[in-house]
Design a protein around this ligand. Structure first.
Ligand code: VAH
Length: 316
C-alpha cells in the first residue's frame, strides 16, 4: 500500500490517480495539509498529514499499514528563497520524519531530488550522474542533503530509498507550486488565454524539462525496478529535453501563429536558474532501470495545448 505526501500538488495529484488506476483506489492513501475539493480526495483514502509533524506521519503509516511512502511534499526553489526556514522545516525535518517512520515500520521510500541539487560549479552541459554538488539555494541545499540522508538510511538501516533528480515538470492538471521552471507551464496558459507572454527568465536560459506523463512513469518504473540491480539510489539524473524560452515559444507558435513574447527578467529567478545545469546526462537511469521518456518538446506542446483548451473551455 502507498502513502503519498503532497498528494494535492503538481506531481502528487497525477501520481495518486495513476497509482490508483494500477493498484486500486484503496491501496493508495493520499495525504496533504488540508482536504481540498479534488478527485484525489474523492476517489480514495485521504489523510491530513504535515510531514513536519512526526506523529501525523506515523499515524497515517500505522493506520493504513503502508509499504511505500512517496514523499512529494516540498517547498520549491523560488518560494524557498523567500522562506528559507520553512523550506528547511518541510524539506529536511519532514524528510527526516518520513525516513524515521519508514525505518520503524519497514517501509520503502521514494522522494525526488532535482536539478537544483547541482550548483554554479557543477559541469553545466551533460551534467554527470556523479559530480560536484554545491547548490547555493536553500531548496538546493535541502535537495542535496536529502539525497545524502536517503542514501544514509539505505546504507545504515537498510531502508529501501530511491529517488530521481527531476528537471522542470510541465503539466496541465495542477499548477506548479512556486518553482523557477514554472514559466514553462504559465507560457501555455498565456498563449491560449492572452496570446502573449512576458518571460521572467532571459533568452539564454537553458534548463532540463519533462512532460508530466514521463515524470509519473519515471517514479513508477523506479519503484517497480529490481532493487538489486540499482547501483545508484538517491538520486538518478532524469531528463527528456532541454530548451530556452525561445525554444518553447517557437514550439507553441507553430500552433498559435500570432503568439508574441517579451522579457521582464526576475533577478531572483534568474540567479537560481543560472546556478543550475543546462542539460543532464541521464544514462545511469537508462542503464539501471530502463528510463525511457516518450515526449519531446513538440509532442508535449501538442498535447498541452489540446488538454488546456478542454480544461479552459477554449474552442478547438
Ligand atoms: C523548481 N520545479 O523550479 C522545481 C524543480 C528543477 C526545478 O525542482 O523549484
Amino acid at each position: 500500500k502507498f502513502l503519498i505526501t503532497g498528494a494535492l500538488g503538481q506531481i502528487g495529484s497525477e501520481l495518486t490517480m495513476e497509482l490508483r488506476k494500477r493498484y486500486g483506489n484503496e491501496n493508495v492513501v493520499a495525504s496533504g495539509l488540508r482536504k481540498e475539493d479534488s478527485i484525489v480526495v474523492e476517489s480514495g483514502p485521504f489523510e491530513i498529514v504535515d510531514i513536519a509533524n512526526y506523529d501525523q506521519v506515523a499515524e497515517a503509516v500505522k493506520k493504513h499499514d503502508i509499504d511505500w511512502i512517496i514523499n512529494l511534499a516540498a517547498i520549491l526553489s523560488a518560494v524557498g528563497e523567500q522562506k528559507p526556514s520553512l523550506a528547511w522545516e518541510v524539506n529536511m525535518n519532514g524528510l527526516f520524519n518520513i525516513l524515521e517512520v519508514a525505518r520503524e515500520h519497514k517501509c520503502a521510500v521514494f522522494t525526488p531530488s532535482s536539478i537544483a541539487a547541482f550548483g554554479p560549479n557543477t559541469p553545466k552541459d551533460d551534467t554527470p550522474q556523479d559530480t560536484i554538488q554545491r547548490p547555493n539555494t536553500m531548496y538546493g541545499v535541502t535537495k542535496v542533503a536529502g539525497e545524502l540522508l536517503c542514501d544514509y538510511y539505505y546504507e545504515k538501516f537498510g531502508v529501501d530509498t530511491r529517488g530521481v533528480r527531476f528537471p522542470g515538470l510541465i503539466s496541465y492538471a495542477t499548477l506548479p507550486g512556486g518553482g523557477t521552471t514554472d514559466y514553462a507551464v504559465h507560457i501555455y496558459y498565456d498563449a491560449l488565454q492572452k496570446g502573449e507572454f512576458t518571460c521572467p527568465l532571459d533568452q539564454d536560459t537553458y534548463m532540463d524539462m519533462m512532460y508530466m506523463p514521463d515524470a509519473i512513469n519515471a517514479i513508477i518504473d523506479l519503484i517497480e525496478a529490481d532493487g538489486s540491480k540499482l547501483k545508484h539510489r538517491n538520486a538518478f539524473n532524469v531528463t527528456a529535453m532541454s530548451f530556452n524560452p525561445e525554444g518553447i515559444f517557437n514550439s507553441i507558435k507553430k500552433h498559435i501563429p500570432d503568439f508574441t513574447m517579451d522579457y521582464d527578467v526576475n533577478p531572483t529567478l534568474q540567479k537560481i536558474a543560472n546556478s543550475w545545469p543546462n542539460s543532464l546526462d541521464d544514462s545511469a537511469a537508462k542503464e539501471e532501470w530502463g528510463w525511457n521518456p516518450q515526449y519531446d518538446l513538440d509532442a508535449m506542446t501538442k498535447d498541452m495545448l489540446e488538454k488546456l483548451k478542454e480544461k479552459l473551455n477554449i474552442e478547438k
